[in-house]
Structure formats: structure tokens, C-alpha cells
Write a protein that binds this ligand. Sequence first.
Ligand code: ZN
Length: 156
Amino acid sequence: MQVARNKVVTISYEVSEKGKGKLEDGTLDYLHGFKNLMPTLEKFLADKKEGFSGKVEMGPRDAFGEINPELVMQIPKTQLEKPEEIKAGMQIELESEEGIIPALVTGVGDNEISVDGNHPYAGKTIMFDVKVVKVRDASAEELAHGHAHGAHGHHH
Ligand code: ZN
């Protein structure tokens, strides 16, 4: 079977930073044609058959975004609920106009903390090594929800 709209596709992947090395790998199921993957990756996988493997390179804009300097911030400790519990390397949640964004604490000073709300892979040129493990028809329920259910997918 080949990858097409309304198919559930199992892929295995390795994400690396171009010229640097591996960032992570994994397996996932996704429903093709419903914007559940990065558009460039989804387009790359269209019409591929089970067993296909290939590499796709993506600049930051197509992958995890450019680094946004506005997300690198100093926050006064007076604005934090429990400043004594915050340590460098922790992941915290910031409230912004666009909702909650996860941010990494990059430093803790006497009166303020430094945080970086950029995605950890922001600004990187990413190589995806991807393999089409399995392709199957989506169930009516999956189509209604707009995402894959199952072993590596989404449960509810
Ligand atoms: Zn669902």
C-alpha cells in the first residue's frame, strides 16, 4: 500500500542536525493529509510505498522554527510563584498572549531568572532519515478525529 490521503502511516525516523549529529529517533503513526506532520515531511512521504526510506533536509523555517530573540527573556523573581524552587536546566511554563509556552531556565540570578522559550531545535537545519514501515486504511473514527489511533498514535 502507498502513502496517500486518509491512510494511517507508520514511520520510523531519526532526526539529526545537519553536520552535527543525532538529536532523537522514534516511531510514530500519523494520518496522512491532515497536517499532522511538518508540511515538508508530509509532502516528501506522499505516494511512497511501505519499505521506502529516504532523507529530507529542512531549514529552520520548515522544521522547528527560527530562533526568536523575544523568547529569550529575563523574568524578575517577584513575578514567579515559587522562585526558590527554580533551577537552571528546568523546564517551566510561561504564560504569554499566545497561551502557555514551555521554556528552559538558562540561569538563575539574585533577582531574576533567564529563560529561553525557543524550541530546543529552533534555528537548526534538520535532516530527517525516515522510513515508511506500514501503510493502512484509516478507520472512520480516525478520519472523524483527524488523527491516527493505535499502538504509537494517540489514545483516548
Ligand atoms: Zn482521536
